[in-house]
Design a protein around this ligand. Structure first.
Ligand code: 5RP
Length: 244
């Protein structure tokens, strides 16, 4: 199971139950977008899990959909729920639904604190509509309040880390150097701290992609169509709000 980075500590079983109810309500809202015959991208993390579970219920009720899982954990869950799984695409994914760690007012994201950012980005990039489920605590004015996960090749990773540090960030290896977290793709995650936040996410993302040894980063810029925010007054949608 992934080591999470930068998440607030849970404050007791009641708070968790409440948070789960809100996440479930947001997931139910996203399930309204699912139509028979769709190919559906399945995100990773605790919020996306509620969506996948809901999709399993629809399949059990007879709906014909197939899922593209964004992590091994999600693939296992989908298989347990009887959701037919697709891992090779011949066309676009109709709808992808995932969680996020931070969302800015332009619906740009930081993802990957659960460690699945690379496959999550592949799924989102292949989708006609990308829907993100979060609670209000994930809404930020500027990305970079917490860490920005960057997936790097283990081979000569220290030199990659030096090139990243030269961009003016501080960083740590997820899990620590003794017992590093390994992604589903066999890579490491470096968690970057950007002092003052990320002022230009698109430019910073492009800089990160140019660093040799970087496989992918957790900035999702201009990819999100809809954000469903779970709150005590019920879920509310930002961005493209139509149900078709
Ligand atoms: C995993 C992710 C998750 O979607 C993100 O960390 C949010 O997770 P959660 O819904 O558990 O808060 O990007 O790589």
């Amino acid at each position: 199971m992934a080591t999470r980075a930068g998440s607030p500590p849970a404050s007791g079983p009641y708070a968790k139950l409440l948070a789960d109810d809100l996440k479930r309500a947001a997931a139910e809202k996203a399930l309204e977008l699912v139509q028979d015959g769709m190919l559906v991208g399945l995100g990773s993390g605790t919020t996306a899990r509620f969506f996948t579970e809901g999709l399993g219920r629809l399949v059990a009720e007879g709906m014909k959909v197939r899922g593209v899982p964004s992590s091994r954990d999600t693939a296992e869950l989908a298989a347990e729920l009887g959701i037919p799984i697709v891992t090779e695409l011949l066309g676009p994914i109709d709808l992808a639904v995932d969680g996020a760690d931070e969302v800015d007012p332009g619906l740009n994201l930081i993802k990957g604190r659960g460690g699945a950012l690379f496959r999550e980005k592949l799924v989102a990039a292949a989708s006609k509509r990308f829907v993100v489920l979060v609670d209000e605590s994930k809404l930020v004015q500027r990305l970079g309040v917490g860490v920005l996960p960057v997936e790097v090749l283990p081979f000569l990773w220290r030199t990659t880390a030096e090139r990243l540090a030269a961009l003016g960030v501080s960083l740590v290896v997820r899990g620590g150097e003794e017992t590093p977290f390994i992604t589903d793709n066999g890579n490491l995650i470096l968690d970057l701290t950007v002092e003052g936040g990320i002022t230009k996410p698109a430019d910073f993302g492009a800089e990160l992609k140019k660093v040799t040894g970087v496989v992918e980063h957790g900035l999702f810029v201009a990819m999100t169509d809809t954000v469903i925010v779970a709150g005590p007054d019920g879920p509310r949608a930002m961005g493209r709000t139509s149900v078709s």
